[in-house]
Design a protein around this ligand. Structure first.
Ligand code: SF4
Length: 450
């Protein structure tokens, strides 16, 4: 149903945006929106009144592909003029087989192609609106935190993952560009940076750690230099998607010094060497336990977030018990667990001995129960401590924030009641008074709260 029209002369054309998927896709949407706004397009979160709708898709798992296809169908139904981009866009034949009437399909991070498609189907307005765009770009996150994307793609080949085939090999942004963007974000009011990529610790490998100058200082385009540069800026800096390479340990002293947040999002995926080998990931788990112990000695407050997959093809009861033992010993602070999803096109699809769904389900429940117990124990240990809290939301009475151990959207919250003076983005000291598995409650010492 092609209900919407080409733009009317003198009226800024409106582009509807539907953004699905992970923080990396969100950053892609922000970049596209920034370009659109810079060129004078208006952005709309609604189908109605939009000259066309851009759907940024996800294709990591079959469930995400289904959701993306559904979103494209809905946008076509509601608006009729649709451009598709993002991870599912790497497979145009899948989209076109179901929806032959989409205007264009582009792949992930193909900003130029998206803009070309928009220009073709909804011509560019005059430049009068350019001054509306802040130097830091348009962001879809609240003003006080921002995702900082340091690279595209991934050069690893984990057997369950199709991201390299969708997004290509690692392509790092030169370090001076990344530091400049971080500085612009800070000037725009950001006080927490979330560093993201597919593989943050591999940063710069593809461009041979190219040296660059930033503010009269030499930096190499590499993980440690990036952490040093960002650490010197004084914002909260949080590292996500850190692949467990040995050189990650070099960043721990920066956490001990307070330059980088004591938070490491490091997906281990499993603990059994057999399963890890089949996943094509580093398989020396005894070393991992030693490293975690050492990190906790060096930075006692470090919070480790990780993700795991249960029910990977060939995972035996013994493998699963090894994972449970690892969890009991490592006491990972924040763990996500996924039941293995058999994505077509992934190497693991062709592995033998797939695990029956009911076994996956049972293992998943056992994992989650154990993780809840670990989280609860860790949360309760915070009671009585005074911690820094960044305020995410405040309605003039109650406020909600996070500790340094909590990333937005994925980790726990801190609830503060009766605090009229707190503003979004404030960082305050508060005493933890109560806890459950995920969230904490706190009061600000010396405040006049009840
Ligand atoms: S490191 Fe992450 S993105 Fe890269 S192949 Fe493995 S799972 Fe996929």
């Amino acid at each position: 149903m092609n209900t919407e029209q080409a733009p009317i002369r003198g009226v800024a054309p409106k582009i509807g945006i539907v953004s699905l998927g992970c923080p990396k896709a969100l950053v892609d949407s922000e970049r596209i929106i920034t370009r659109l706004r810079a060129e004078g397009y208006e952005i709309s979160g609604e189908y109605k009144g939009a000259n066309l709708v851009l759907v940024n898709t996800c294709a990591f798992l079959d469930s995400a592909r289904d959701e993306s296809l559904e979103a494209i169908g809905e946008a076509l139904e509601e608006n009729g003029r649709v451009i598709v981009t993002g991870c599912l866009g790497a497979e145009p034949e899948v989209i076109e087989a179901q929806y032959s009437n989409v205007l264009a399909v582009t792949g992930p991070a193909q900003y130029e192609q998206v803009m070309d498609a928009v220009h073709k189907h909804c011509p560019q307005p005059p430049n009068a609106f350019q001054s509306l765009v802040p130097e830091s770009g348009i962001r879809l996150t609240p003003r006080h935190y921002a995702y900082l994307k340091i690279s595209e793609g991934c050069s690893n080949r984990c057997s369950f993952c199709i991201i390299p085939s969708l997004r290509g090999d690692l392509a790092s942004r030169p370090i001076d560009q990344v530091l400049r963007e971080a500085e612009q974000l800070q000037k725009a009011g950001v006080n927490e940076l979330l560093v993201i990529s597919q593989d943050t610790s591999a940063y710069g490998m593809d461009i041979k750690y190219e040296p660059r100058t930033w503010k009269d200082k030499e930096y190499e385009t590499r993980f440690l230099d990036l952490c040093q540069g960002l650490g010197d800026m004084g914002m909260w800096t949080r590292l996500h998607y850190v692949y467990p390479y040995p050189h990650v340990d070099k960043v721990i002293p920066l956490m001990a010094e307070g330059k980088i947040l004591p938070y490491l999002d490091i997906p281990f995926q499993h603990a059994s060497p057999n399963v890890l080998r089949n996943m094509k990931r580093p398989a020396k788990q005894d070393k991992v336990l030693e490293r975690i112990k050492q990190w906790r000695i060096d930075v006692p407050d470090i919070a480790i977030r990780s993700t795991f997959i249960v029910g990977f093809p060939g995972e035996t009861d013994e493998d699963f018990e090894m994972l449970m033992d690892f969890m009991r010993e490592a006491k990972i602070d924040r763990a996500g667990c996924f039941k293995y999803e058999d994505v077509k096109g992934a190497v693991s699809h062709d592995l033998p001995n797939h695990v029956p769904e009911e076994v996956k389900e049972e293992r998943w429940h056992r994992f989650m129960q154990l993780q809840q117990d670990i989280s609860h124990e860790r949360s309760e240990a915070q009671i009585g401590r005074v911690l820094d809290i960044i305020i995410d939301d405040s309605n003039g009475e109650a406020a909600v924030g996070r500790t340094k151990a909590d990333a937005p959207e994925i980790d726990g919250l801190v609830h503060l009641e009766n605090y009229p003076d707190l503003e979004v983005g404030d960082i305050v000291k508060a005493e933890i008074t109560d806890a459950n598995c995920y969230d904490l409650w706190a009061k600000v010492p010396g405040s006049n709260s009840n």
